[in-house]
Design a protein around this ligand. Structure first.
Ligand code: F6P
Ligand code: MG
Length: 416
């Protein structure tokens, strides 16, 4: 039986605090940044943000999207169908995952209605990338003199592990967490090599070796990465992708982005260019070399940047095989899901016992024939695949909210 979803009314869920503290902070951030983005109709747009803030603070009932909104974005139909079948919901009591997706669609509609094409989180995205400068230069210097094309099989595994870790911990850089108790200094401190080594013990499920073994048997295929955050995390994913291609573990990497601004820091196709522009400003040879290589791989088709509305639906990925996006995955060797939100969608964001197997938690995806990897630092309640007893140890050491603290991580591999 499938357990119930995590609810914003549940004081034991991170959703409780998210709806009451973090969302209002995020919306207030939009109100502060909007005038700086120099848009038309500012007063009208601001008024809509204030309205959204009041709706959340007053715990009002969510309204279905209007026919006009659906005309502008047909995918909202699916939101209404979900609300009709499962609602009504209020902002502070309904299911956390659905509500959070609905929230970002409401924000997007504010701009869509007036045909204004801006990323309201752009200023925040940019400012945190600058604060990642030290970590980025360290990594670029580190990889610029290494030849991944000719490495011994022993080193191939060592490097693979290193780059998986870089991409994994790159996921700690989630701007929506800045609306909570994580500071920019905290983010900076997790980006260095030393810290990555220290954090190894916090990877609660680690299938890295199994993934490597699998890729070694199936080298040179297509690897798709369903991206999460832009900025430092996107940088870390590109580092991993470069390694995969140059070590011959993949011939091509497809990057899947969101279509609309999402969960503050998620990657949009234009964030690739934003990243390259910001990195060039560092005026560092190793960093410029990295940017040049990425651009070259994009031009030659080794790297492909894609986007699809599927990633901004409010649904678990259990039924992914029923959606058109599935046809894109027919010939891939590996599908890597980055980050917390993707993990929540893979597992349905329901209250699985922590010892539930990953295979059970992904439900219908189990039979979709896709080899799946998750690289996720834990920032929400749902975590599966733990050996018996581990949860109790974590509660004792880190308290009830260990799974949403961002301190722990999971690397899962599922092969059909
Ligand atoms: O925990 C904070 C949070 O905003 C969650 O609501 C959400 O699942 C997650 O972070 C987003 O994180 P990520 O960028 O890793 O998907
Ligand atoms: Mg994100």
């Amino acid at each position: 039986m499938i357990p119930p979803p995590y609810l914003n009314s549940d004081k034991h869920s991170f959703g409780y605090d998210t709806a009451r503290v973090r969302w209002p902070k995020i919306i207030n951030g939009c109100i502060t940044d909007l005038p700086k983005l120099n848009t038309r109709n500012n007063p009208q747009l601001l008024q809509q943000f204030h309205q959204l803030l009041n709706d959340i603070n007053d715990d009002r009932t969510l309204q279905p999207f209007t026919p006009d909104e659906i005309k502008l974005n047909s995918h909202l139909k699916l939101y209404n169908e979900h609300l009709l079948a499962n609602g009504p919901y209020t902002w502070k009591t309904g299911p956390w995952l659905y509500l959070e997706c609905h929230l970002y669609q409401v924000i997007n509609n504010i701009f869509l209605r007036d045909n204004i094409n801006i990323d309201i989180f752009q200023i925040l995205k940019q400012s945190t990338l600058v604060s990642s400068q030290v970590g980025i230069i360290e990594l670029c210097k580190n990889i610029s003199n290494r030849d991944f094309r000719n490495v011994s099989s022993k080193d191939k595994l060592v490097y693979f592990k290193e780059f998986i870790d870089i991409s994994l911990w790159g996921n700690s850089t989630d701007l929506s967490l800045l609306a909570g108790n994580v500071s920019l200094d905290d983010i900076k401190s997790i980006q260095g090599e030393e810290t990555r080594k220290l954090n190894e013990k916090n990877i609660l499920v680690n299938d890295t070796f199994k993934i490597f073994e699998y890729l070694n048997i199936h080298p040179g295929g297509i690897i798709d990465i369903v991206l999460d955050n832009s900025g430092f995390e996107l940088f870390s994913d590109l580092v991993l992708a470069i390694y995969l291609v140059e070590a011959g573990l993949a011939s091509k990497v497809n990057f899947h982005c969101k279509l609309i601004p999402w969960f503050v820091s998620d990657t949009l196709p234009k964030d690739f260019d934003e990243l390259f522009i910001e990195l060039d400003k560092f005026q560092n040879d190793a960093v410029s070399g990295f940017v040049h290589k990425c651009k070259q791989y994009i031009t030659t088709g080794k790297f492909n940047v894609k986007s699809d509305a599927f990633w901004t639906l409010p649904l678990p990925y259990w039924d992914l095989a029923k959606y058109p996006i599935y046809s894109q995955f027919q010939s891939l060797t590996l599908l890597i899901f980055k980050g917390d939100l993707n993990y929540r969608k893979l597992t349905g964001d329901v209250a699985w016992p922590k010892t539930t197997s990953f295979a059970e938690a992904i439900q219908g995806l189990l039979t979709a024939g896709l080899p799946i990897v998750t690289l996720r630092t834990c920032k929400a309640d749902v975590t599966v695949g733990l050996p018996p007893g581990v949860e109790d140890t974590l509660i004792n050491s880190d308290g009830e909210f260990w799974s949403s603290s961002g301190k722990f991580a999971v690397i899962n591999f599922f092969k059909p």
